[in-house]
Design a protein around this ligand. Structure first.
Ligand SMILES: Nc1ncnc2c1ncn2[C@@H]1O[C@H](COP(=O)(O)OP(=O)(O)OP(=O)(O)O)[C@@H](O)[C@H]1O
Length: 248
């Protein structure tokens, strides 16, 4: 579990996060949703240690990242897998090399063990026998799968996904959501997904946190969200035509 407590972050006179607290639960897909510019990415960057909050604390299974020494921070970082927006694969490396990259950077695992681990992760995301291909030879959905395989290769306790569906057709997007959900459940990971996508909210929203202008306005699951009384959340949800028609 990750406990976010009263996080405040400003850039100059732009107060981006105005005191956000929430719990990101283990074995669940925790979705951070909200309109553009509401602070979702900044909150994610604070949570993965890329942006230091002005105040507040973030605890990873009880351990404070920002109050840990360098070694403690590295230990927590090693437990994080990150799926960056767009996948961020290295174009000049094969699928296998891309997935192996964190093992090369962060472990002294013997080569055979690395190969086995990479093969296992590729198989887990449904991409066995693709290791020799280059990223340019595979589809957008397959690239996301490779990026997921890379994010889980270190066996993370925490998985962060920034807009995992961006650039994918709806059906492929649903399959990626399902994969993230399955992996979360199977390995009991604390998964955090940033999204604008109401399909994802309805499919995998175990714990949904709605941000609006740097504050948390609502928190609940995907069953409760359609019955919200919060005006700003209703506007966000029912901007989606299909959901509006379902409601009416
Ligand atoms: N490094 C930075 N320096 C200055 N301002 C920043 C920085 N990073 C983010 N901001 C500002 O923080 C605010 C929130 O940005 P953020 O990227 O978190 O929004 P978001 O909710 O993720 O939006 P989107 O859905 O469009 O990605 C914006 O006003 C942005 O300009």
């Amino acid at each position: 579990m990750i406990e976010i407590k009263d996080i405040v972050k400003s850039f100059g006179d732009n107060d981006v996060l105005k005191g956000i607290s929430c719990e990101l639960r283990q074995g669940e897909t925790n979705l951070i949703i909200g309109g553009s510019g509401t602070g979702k990415s900044v909150l994610l960057k604070c949570t993965i240690g890329l942006v230091r909050p002005d105040s507040g604390s973030i605890l990873y299974n009880g351990r404070s990242f920002y109050q840990s020494d360098k070694e403690g921070q590295q230990a927590i970082r090693r437990e994080m897998g990150v799926l960056f927006q767009g996948g961020a694969l290295f174009d000049s490396q094969t699928v296998h090399q891309n997935v192996q990259f964190p093992l090369d950077m962060l472990t002294s695992m013997p080569p055979d063990e690395k190969n086995d681990r990479v093969a296992f992760c590729l198989q887990r995301v449904g991409l066995e026998n693709t290791g020799k291909l280059m990223p340019s030879e595979i589809s957008g959905g397959m690239k996301k799968r490779v990026a997921i395989a890379r994010a889980i290769v270190m066996n993370p306790k925490y998985l962060f996904c920034d807009e995992p569906n961006s650039g994918l057709d709806p059906l492929t997007g649903v399959k990626i959501d399902e994969l993230i959900r399955e992996i979360t459940d199977e390995y009991k990971i604390t998964t955090v997904v940033i999204t604008h996508d109401m399909n994802s909210v309805m499919e995998i929203g175990d714990n949904v946190i709605f941000l609006y202008k740097g504050r948390k306005l609502w928190e609940g699951d995907n069953n409760a969200i359609l019955h919200t009384d919060v005006k700003e959340l209703k506007e966000f949800i029912f901007a989606n035509k299909l959901l509006r028609e379902m409601r009416d």
